[in-house]
Design a protein around this ligand. Sequence first.
Ligand SMILES: [Zn+2]
Ligand SMILES: [Zn+2]
Length: 214
Amino acid sequence: MTIHCPICNRSSDDTKFIGEICEFCTADKIRGAIAKSIDMYRCGRCGNILVKGQYKPLGNVALSDLINSVARVRDCTAKVTGYSKNKVEVDYECDVNGELAKFSTTMDIRPIKQICPRCYKISSGYYEALVQLRGDVVKADKIAEKLFDYIAKNGAFIAKSEQVTNGFDIYVSDKKLTSEFLKAKRLKAKLSATLATIKGGKKLYRNTYLLRII
Ligand SMILES: [Zn+2]
Ligand SMILES: [Zn+2]
C-alpha cells in the first residue's frame, strides 16, 4: 500500500518511511532538537579538548564523545565523520519507536581556549620526583632514556633533566610512575621524601630517588 508523508507528500514508493512519516521529515524533526553549536574547550598548548572532565587528543572519537555528552539527543548516537576549525560533520543514528533513522548534519563548534592541567604543570615547572642517577655515566644514560620513554608513554612528563658531576638529575612530574618504573626495572633506589608545599591543607611531598649505578 502506498502512503504519502503528511508533511512533504513524498510517496512510500520511492522513499523510506519511519512510521507514518518519510525518512527526510523524520530527520528534519530530530535535527530541530539538535544543538546548533557546541562549546569546545581546547588547550592552547597541546591542542587537546575537554571531554567529560578529561583532556583528550582532538579527533573524530573525542568529538563524538563530546557531542554525545554535552549535546545528547534522546535515543540518538552521534558519530563525527570530519571536522574543520569551526564545524563538525556528524552522522546520527536514532531509534524512532523501534525503527532506525539515519541522517547527517553539521554543527558549529566554538573553540574556547584553555590551558589543560598537564600543560599548566609543565609551564609552572611542577615535579613530584627527583631521580638522581649516580655512577657509571653510560649505564645512567641508558636508564635515563628508558625512564623518559616510560614517563612519556604513561602521560606524565619530565620537568627538567640535567647532567651533574658523575650523573644525572631528572625531575619527573609523577612520583607514582617513577616508583613503578624503578620497580619494573628492578632498580634499587634510596628514597627520601621532602615536604614541598601545602596546598589547600594538603601536603605535597616530593620524592628523591638516589640510584648508585655500578
Ligand atoms: Zn516527508
Ligand atoms: Zn595542554
